[in-house]
Design a protein around this ligand. Structure first.
Ligand SMILES: Nc1ncnc2c1ncn2[C@@H]1O[C@H](COP(=O)(O)OP(=O)(O)OP(=O)(O)O)[C@@H](O)[C@H]1O
Ligand SMILES: [Mg+2]
Length: 478
């Protein structure tokens, strides 16, 4: 990019007096005053049109007030303006949600635009190298718009022609530091444009209490926790497979138990089944009465996985030529095969025969299961290919806190970390295990943009409660 610049090259210059610098004197062209005046007038008109197009509301308000002052005189116009201001502030005070949307956040955005972004734009972009100088002229990407929500500023930018979102993604940490934000996330809504998200604080810093168990059976998605904009996050479980990776203590348990919790009413009426595999015996075993099927030893796990493959193949035989997707029914419920610490069954399994059987069953389920209503949700600590060579067969991936930066792209796919999925920077505190636990970056097959989400904490008491309410029903169904 920009390797060959236009213009003549300053090469082969010869000076007749050695040790004297070559001096270039620009040619002086005398411009008539009228031409200069016309150019200035043209620039003024363009500037005014630009201002009106960019800030239509502010310009209309100024025009309206000026019109009132002209038509009614200063005193009457001031009284009307003050009365209007009082009425609008009272309305915004009485109805804070629309008040903030219509008045509050636009004012905050205007202030942030002036004070933070506009003021520092040129210098930050120059230092990060996103501003370019060609042939003595400086080109700066356009700062188009700043919008604010309760937790973040979203800055819309028009890139320089020839720049890509990857150029910007590589400088995301510089931009975050430059504009005083904990991090910067980059997305591209349309070619040539970028949206930079700069959080003002972290809405996911607080521990979330377990989400309520749904009132009615729901199979498609489960309410797991919150997205960073404060909206509930619903994880799709039917029609996909989910891989959850996170270092020890990252909070994989919340994602697994949150899913079981959301599916309980559907399990209750027989529209869904969860088959739990817990080779480590430290997670799912705590609520094993809730699962329709449960296995712990590697042999039991291999047999259970092979049974899931049989169910899958039997359904595939029945569905072939009749239908192309699965609708959960009591006869053919959605089956979620939930595996905690899947590496115990694959990479760390000393019995080669069992390992091969387990790998074959997992690969078959993840390649063919979702269309017939058999899904896999697998959790693991180490996402390396040697440990989990079928990780690419999971359409949806979740990266909780990871130990190394390279592991982020291993889990979420190439470029995810550059787009802001800083899973290796999720905070941890040795004295408080809840710090950063359950926080994850989710990359769905439908979108390349990683989403930051915190799973609600399903505590031991919550699990005991779930067992008390639902385990009898599970027994009845067996
Ligand atoms: N969503 C959450 N919110 C707050 N704290 C959490 C959350 N999830 C887990 N924790 C805390 O983190 C601790 C470890 O969580 P968890 O056992 O789920 O981690 P893990 O990823 O399964 O670790 P391991 O791989 O060692 O099993 C829990 O005991 C709890 O104190
Ligand atoms: Mg665990």
């Amino acid at each position: 990019m920009l390797r060959r610049l236009p213009g003549s090259e300053e090469v082969g210059l010869v000076s007749t007096t050695p040790e004297t610098a070559v001096v270039f004197a620009p040619t002086v062209v005398r411009t008539p005053a009228i031409v200069t005046l016309l150019i200035m007038l043209w620039r003024l008109v363009v500037g005014v049109v630009h201002l009106v197009v960019r800030h239509p509301v502010a310009c209309s308000l100024v025009a309206l007030v000026s019109g009132m002052v002209y038509a009614l005189g200063v005193r009457l116009a001031s009284i009307i303006v003050v009365a209007l201001l009082c009425a609008v502030s009272t309305w915004a005070g009485l109805w804070p949600v629309p008040g903030m949307r219509v008045i509050g956040w636009p004012l905050v955005a205007w202030w942030r635009w002036m004070w933070v972004y506009r003021r520092r734009w040129g210098s930050v972009l120059a230092v990060t190298g996103l501003r370019r100088s060609i042939n003595g002229r400086t080109y700066t990407p356009d700062l188009l718009r700043v919008t604010c929500s309760s937790w973040a500023d979203v800055v819309t930018v028009r890139m320089l022609a020839g720049q890509s979102d990857e150029d910007w993604a590589a400088r995301a940490p510089n931009l975050a530091h430059g504009f005083g934000s904990p991090w910067c996330r980059i997305s591209s809504p349309r070619p040539g444009w970028l949206m930079l998200t700069f959080p003002r604080y972290d809405p996911l810093a607080k521990v979330l209490r377990a989400r309520p168990i749904p009132n009615r059976p729901v199979v498609g998605t489960v309410n797991i926790g919150l997205c960073e904009d404060g909206t509930p996050y619903r994880l799709k479980v039917h029609g996909t497979h989910v891989l959850i990776a996170g270092a020890t203590g990252a909070g994989k348990g919340s994602w697994l138990w949150g899913t079981v919790r959301g599916l309980l009413p559907a399990m209750d009426v027989g529209l869904a089944q969860v088959w739990g595999l817990d080779p480590k015996r430290m997670e799912l075993s705590f609520g094993k009465d809730l699962f329709n099927e449960y296995a712990a030893t590697p042999l039991e796990c291999a047999e259970l996985l092979e049974r899931a493959v049989e169910v899958m193949q039997e359904r595939a035989d029945r569905y072939a030529g009749v239908r192309r997707s699965h609708v959960p029914t009591i006869e053919d419920p959605f089956i979620l095969v939930m595996v905690d610490e899947v590496a115990f069954l694959t990479a760390y399994q000393p019995d080669k025969g069992l390992k091969l059987r387990i790998m074959a069953a997992l690969a078959t389920l993840t390649t063919q299961g979702r269309a017939v209503g058999v899904g896999v949700m697998a959790a693991l600590q180490d996402p390396r290919k040697e440990v989990m060579n079928i990780r690419n067969l999971f359409p949806d991936k979740i990266a909780l806190r990871l130990d190394e930066a390279e592991q982020v792209d291993m889990v979420l796919g190439d470029g995810a970390r550059d787009r802001g999925a800083l899973a290796d920077q999720i905070p941890r505190d040795r004295d408080d295990p809840s710090v950063g636990a359950g926080v994850a970056f989710v990359r769905l097959e439908t979108s390349p943009e990683p989403l930051r989400v915190r799973a609600a904490y399903v505590s031991d008491d919550d699990i005991k409660n779930m067992i008390m309410r639902y385990s009898d029903v599970r027994e009845a169904w067996r």
